[in-house]
Design a protein around this ligand. Sequence first.
Ligand code: PRX
Length: 653
Amino acid sequence: MKKNIESILTESRSFPPSDSFTAAARLKPVDLDALYKQAETDYEGFWAERAQEELHWATPFSKTLDESNAPNYAWFTDGQLNVSENCLDVHIAEHGNKPAIIFEGEQGDRKTLSYSELLTEVSRFANALKAQGIEAGDRVVIYMPMTPEAVIAMQACARIGAVHSVVFGGFSANALRDRIIDAAAKMVITADGAHRGGSIVELKQATDTALSDACDSIERVIVLKCTGHEISMTAGRDIWWQDAIADQADICMPGPVAAEHPLFLLYTSGSTGKPKGVQHASAGYLLHAKLTSKWVFDLNDQDVFWCTADVGWITGHTYVAYGPLAAGATIVIYEGAPTYPDAGRFWKICQELGVTIFYTAPTAIRALMKFGDDVPNAYDLSKIRLLGTVGEPINPEAWMWYHRVIGQERCPIVDTWWQTETGGAMMAPIPGVTATKPGSCTRPLPGIAADIVDEEGAPIKGDDAGGYLVITKPWPAMLRTIWGDNKRYIETYWQKFQNRYYVAGDSAHRDGDGCYWIMGRIDDVVNVSGHRLGTMEVESALVAHKRVVEAAVVSRPHDIKGESIFAYVVFQGDRPTGDEAEQLTKELRNWVADQVGAIAKPDDIRFTDNLPKTRSGKIMRRLLRAIARDEEITQDTSTLENEAILDQLRGKA
Ligand code: PRX
């Protein structure tokens, strides 16, 4: 990572959009200037006008921003609307036959749903949810493959005011159970299985395991038939999706909810072991999702937009399930792995489905880059006009490959910085206006007030400012709280600077042109393949193993994943070495996969007699990080009780 940061900091290339891109773009330089000016002179007026222009309100709002419970801000509080109506019904009169979703399964099966068809499916499923006892405000866990039905389930919840909590299909039964319990969910929507990399992910089996232990709040499980393989159904609790919708009407009137009504929870990792249920509100979130889909991705009526993120992550919420649909776009959904059956799959899909805007993560770009230029060069990518990245800093080398080979030097690249908590893109180029730079997310969007501050919270002025990235004004799509734990909300995001700013948890640098460069996390969070994992979460999983006494987890740079997990483990009894250590490493990796999910598997495990600690008993993580990264140790190690431990930590003893 250090190397990446250094190379990012010496990066001086700049790529302005072509005249032809700008001429056809939704936002031109004058439009963007006007938006910035308005947001600067009349912040609330700016957001009120956007909300009136972009959203269909059942009851218009009269108040824009309510700061009375800061930092629990609220937006458009006396307004009412329905999110699903804003994504579907509003398009039917003019664009009912336009494809909303083009789906490709991993096995090659395809399905297209027009806006009218999608509305019918969503309505029938919403009626099914009601028939199964789901009411507004109930929490519904969605644990599904990446299929249109995942989006249908989310939209159906929104239609009746139920609060969804999507759990990524790659998470384990244990992780699923924790999230069900925390949200006190009433229902799980899942599938028999998911296709992934040529095999089947046993979603129903994992659901059964999760529900076998302390998930008393769950009354129903709806199961989509997806793989068709044999699974068991629990009588009285489980019902097939097809049976649930069989007798349901095609029409379900969208029920208006208050602007602040929770739309969804999405659990994300933080510095402690327990994932946080990030809670988003309906109107503000939708506004930002729709606006940024239009501004950043320049969506127009002919576009075929493919965001490769799974709905289990925030990107799959904002730029698959909500934003582009609210903007009336055609989206692509692909079920499976990027390299199945070979490394050309993404490019084949782009060619065959006529993708015009492609949005993915740096880790996927790096992984695909490894297979060489010939793979993408074998496909016709000429329809692509815009590329995007998200999830972690992109190294200039991967950026340039993306630009040259996938974008054929024709397509702007929008590097979008944002978080689960921010709801939508916060900093990103406007493709028809902004000159992009490899590795920079460029500038805050209109209506977003970002800054860089020092340890005391003082803004760092001038060129080359580096420090804490903060957002200095509330914005409509911000998280509202942590589900069931408002104290943690305040402590995590606001307390550091006395509630003055939202603290993103990233460090960043701003160059002389006012462009931002994200340096990475300042807390104990690892970014593995663009997915956030708390080191504490992995540590808790490790120490839950009956023979592990203590564990410390740090990250190290990884060519493809960005960062990988490195665990130091103290084992009961004698320190394992040789074959035994190898065997136990395997066991612990599988154990972590079981506790959290395969993405949390440590790449490296090192056994040690004890962990290096400060006098006050804190684990010396900086030291462990330096060792994991083969860096020079700059810390004082004289307080170590057992200096010989250093050789063990280095793997030399
Ligand atoms: O560290 C930043 C990194 O991902 C974190 C947010 O992770 P998550 O909530 O899982 O959301 C990812 C998708 C929005 C951030 O705190 N990150 C996200 N986008 C970028 C990024 N780092 C650098 N550049 C980005 N474009």
